[in-house]
Design a protein around this ligand. Sequence first.
Ligand code: NA7
Length: 317
Amino acid sequence: RPVVTRPETQAIDMNSRSNTLADRDIVPSEQTFGFLGLGMMGSTIVKDLIFTKHKVVVWNRTIDKCQPFVDAGAEVKDTPMDVVEAADIIFCCVSDPKGAKDLVFGNCGVLQLKDLRNKAYVEMSTIDPDTSMDIGEGIKQCNGRYLEAQIHGSRQEAADGMLIILAGGDRTVFEECHSCFKTIAKNTFFLGNVGNACKVNLILQTILGVSLVGLAEALALADRFSISLNDIIDIFDLTSMKSPLLLAKGKEMAKGDFNPQQPLSHMQRDLRLVLNMAENLDQSMPVTSITNEVFKHTKRLGYSEHDSSAVFSNFYP
Ligand code: NA7
């Protein structure tokens, strides 16, 4: 089996700007915004918030990643708790539900501050509804306000300011985040109670995951017939089935270019969360279950950090 090399980590380009920002006429909120988690998504978001003149205080587990943001004008703090102390509205954007909970309930976490009056906490990490409700309850018990603001879109869409924000929880927080959301997203939806936005986000991810496996399996069959994958994609483009995302993913599969826009490990995490959610409802999800197995196996092949389109590799011996 060929050795799979990890994709190169791309350094954030602090000077790049999404073209959309010029047209959006953003008047920055006067509030101070905290940001926990400077991964690929978090970095891209914070970079644009600083550019649009928001006051930002940052923290990241690996502290070195904070330096470019400090150079660009942000303040850095030693712990999540310190960020909460310094900010009015705190965003969190980390890998998974466990990380999201650690930052709230853990040592030096948000709740160590005990009194969150006049503070609002906004969860952007992709999480399941139960985790969001637990976090929301913890924040509320300390008199804080809570909003889940799930970010739907790829890393490129984040860089283009073209995310979709799916929010649920405290509507006043949603409104107070307006200038931040306008900076990073093309659309925002307020979907009611805590949990609703997480459900909608995970349902969209189910459509994506299942579609990618279908696309990969079909292209692998074409390849076995020695039919050009580019021909298949060109014809697919002319059909009513076409979608910009599937076309882009098909091209990546044809080229074997799995530069991570939506890491495969995140896709599999989402499918796992979907299946747990469905399990609690006794909802049958046979296709999603198989899709999850395919992604799990592709992770074992070494493609966790590649793009979700690397699921194509699963169909080669
Ligand atoms: P990345 O680029 O993989 O970054 C993950 C970030 O999460 C990074 O800042 C990590 O810190 C941080 N992280 C992960 N686990 C923890 C724990 N346990 N405690 C503290 N911090 C943690 O992911 P993306 O930026 O692409 O995506 C982030 C979210 O946005 C994800 O939920 C997507 O679905 C949407 P590190 O730098 O490794 O110290």
